[in-house]
Design a protein around this ligand. Structure first.
Ligand code: MTE
Length: 298
């Protein structure tokens, strides 16, 4: 039987909007209030986030190497300030948006999400960030748009991993527009009340908690609204193993391993294996896929 983490946080009970209103306040809250609120909430809810150390030392960010420890070792080479994001395609206000300008227009919230990697491990991560829908409203997505395409920075001089053709660089991802607009979909800008570390995708990365982690593209420099399903890096690398949707689904195995259970990082060797939940437990997204065969659209 599937084990639902007790009192897990969902869209219904995340920290209310306006908890933090801008980046400066996040930084001001760094010392006391912010961390206390996470710890207090998690303890009260029975949901134990992974440690900052676990979240920032066991990563996938192939631009900095394919080993789990490579991003923590190499990602300091990435210059994240200044940073701008090009937003183009089927939008009313295309342009190059400065990261600080984006932040000053967004409501920063705290979300504690389960994170499920396709490699069958998982973590619980306290993110700070804003809803992607708010950014889309800022630029005005046109009625013809059906998808969003995302792109990571490509800087060979700062990214030692892109010398190797393990993926077709730059890293790209895509979402259907209704997935992108779902209130669970966030652009993360912080972890544990600190600016997001480079190895986790500074200064801003996507987080889609009901999909496998590889959909959560890091260090984004471009977002394009389009009427065509965009290419995605892992699908281009191996279409038989990685589909466009990539929803967490315990009933559809990866061709080379089972997706029915997951190993929670941390918490000991034996205590941590548990059943994986459909949509990673975020049942409220099921209606997005009504009538679709999720074994075909994996
Ligand atoms: N984004 C880029 N640009 N490059 C990557 O290699 N790896 C993905 C995703 N986003 C990746 C990426 C994969 S496979 C996972 S599991 C998550 O990032 C890992 O996020 P984390 O390191 O913050 O846990």
């Amino acid at each position: 039987m599937a084990f639902r983490w007790k009192n897990d946080l969902t869209a219904k009970d995340v920290t209310p909007k306006n908890l933090y209103v801008n980046r400066r306040q996040i930084m001001a809250g760094l010392s006391g209030l912010g961390l206390a609120s996470i710890g207090g909430r998690a303890a009260a809810e029975g949901l134990e986030p992974n440690s900052y150390e676990e979240i920032t030392s066991y990563n996938n960010f192939y631009e900095f190497g394919t080993g789990k420890g490579d991003p923590a070792e190499n990602a300091h080479m990435l210059t994240t300030s200044p940073w701008s994001v090009e937003i183009d395609g089927l939008v009313d206000k295309p342009g190059t948006y400065d990261f600080q300008e984006i932040m000053s227009n967004m409501t920063i919230e705290e979300r504690i999400y389960r994170f499920r990697c396709v490699e069958a491990w998982s973590m619980v991560i306290p993110w700070q960030g804003f809803e992607l829908a708010d950014l889309l409203d800022m630029v005005g997505v046109q009625p013809g748009a059906k998808y969003l395409a995302f792109q990571t920075a490509l800087r060979p001089e700062e990214m030692p991993g892109v010398r190797y053709a393990v993926l077709d660089w730059p890293y790209v991802e895509g979402l259907r527009l209704d997935e992108a607009r779902h209130p669970l979909t966030i652009m993360a800008t912080g972890i544990y009340d600190q600016p997001i570390p480079n190895q986790n995708g500074a200064p801003l990365r996507l987080v889609v908690p009901w999909k496998y982690g590889f959909k959560s593209i890091k260090s984004i420099v471009r977002i394009t609204a389009t009427d065509q399903e965009p290419p995605t890096s892992w699908n281009k690398a191996n279409a038989g193993e990685y589909g466009f949707y990539s929803n967490v689904n315990p009933n559809v195995d990866h061709p080379r391993w089972s997706q029915a259970t997951e190993r929670r990082i941390g918490g000991g060797l034996f205590a941590s294996r548990q059943d994986t939940l459909m949509f990673n437990g975020y049942d409220e997204v099921a209606s997005l896929y009504e009538g679709m065969d999720l074994a075909k659209n994996f």
